[in-house]
Design a binder for this molecule. Structure first.
Ligand SMILES: Cc1cc2nc3c(=O)[nH]c(=O)nc-3n(C[C@H](O)[C@H](O)[C@H](O)COP(=O)(O)OP(=O)(O)OC[C@H]3O[C@@H](n4cnc5c(N)ncnc54)[C@H](O)[C@@H]3O)c2cc1C
Length: 163
């Protein structure tokens, strides 16, 4: 007699990259997913330690890179800046508060200009860029505002292009 289990919509056998990323996508879409694997994780697996750009992008979108390396919480400005530039076009929500904190707590144009341009070039960030800039502008040096006003200040076109 067939048995059914109403706790899961999908059961995936094999929790390697294919199975686990499929499980992630299904769970993200609201399905109740069970992953079964005959191995005990972490399992030994031969690897050349190469991560393709496409795999990096997928892992980034899944939040896996952040979970492993805690980029959003990095206290290193260069690392955080690089991470935020990846996060903005993907609208990676967990990094948004860190982005606002970053833009309102330091004033170096080499960080500010690309981040504001990325926000303006994104589908979600135009109003955010203007809101954060209005808040942060009094904190910036006049040299920075002279650069940023035409990009994101009141009256600017707001059509920044990512570089
Ligand atoms: C030597 C070597 C080096 C490699 N180096 C790289 C690299 O540097 N970079 C890279 O991107 N790729 C690398 N690869 C390729 C990469 O390992 C594979 O592309 C990837 O593992 C495929 O993922 P998968 O989920 O399809 O299969 P797998 O990773 O093989 O996962 C299948 C899973 O299913 C489980 N399973 C199988 N049968 C059953 C069963 N009957 N019941 C329950 N569970 C089961 C297994 O335990 C396993 O966990 C390398 C491969 C090899 C062999």
């Amino acid at each position: 007699m067939p048995r059914s289990d109403s706790r899961f919509d999908v059961i995936i056998v094999g929790g390697g990259p294919a199975g686990s990323s499929t499980a992630f996508a299904l769970a993200h879409a609201g399905a109740r997913v069970l992953v079964l694997d005959r191995a005990t994780f972490p399992r030994a697996k031969p690897c050349a330690e190469y991560l393709s750009p496409q795999a990096s992008r997928l892992l980034s979108e899944m939040g896996a890179l952040d979970a492993a390396f805690h980029f959003t919480g990095s206290g290193n400005s260069e690392i955080l800046f690089t991470w935020l530039r990846l996060a903005i076009p993907r609208h990676y929500e967990p990094a948004v508060p860190a982005l606002e904190q970053f833009l309102t707590s330091q004033g170096r144009r080499k960080f500010l200009t690309p981040l504001y341009k990325d926000l303006l070039a994104s589908r979600w960030g135009k109003e955010e860029a203007k809101r954060i800039y209005l808040k942060a502008r009094p904190l910036y040096h006049s040299v920075a505002t002279a650069t940023l006003d035409p990009i994101v200040g009141p009256g600017a076109g707001g059509s920044g292009s990512s570089q």
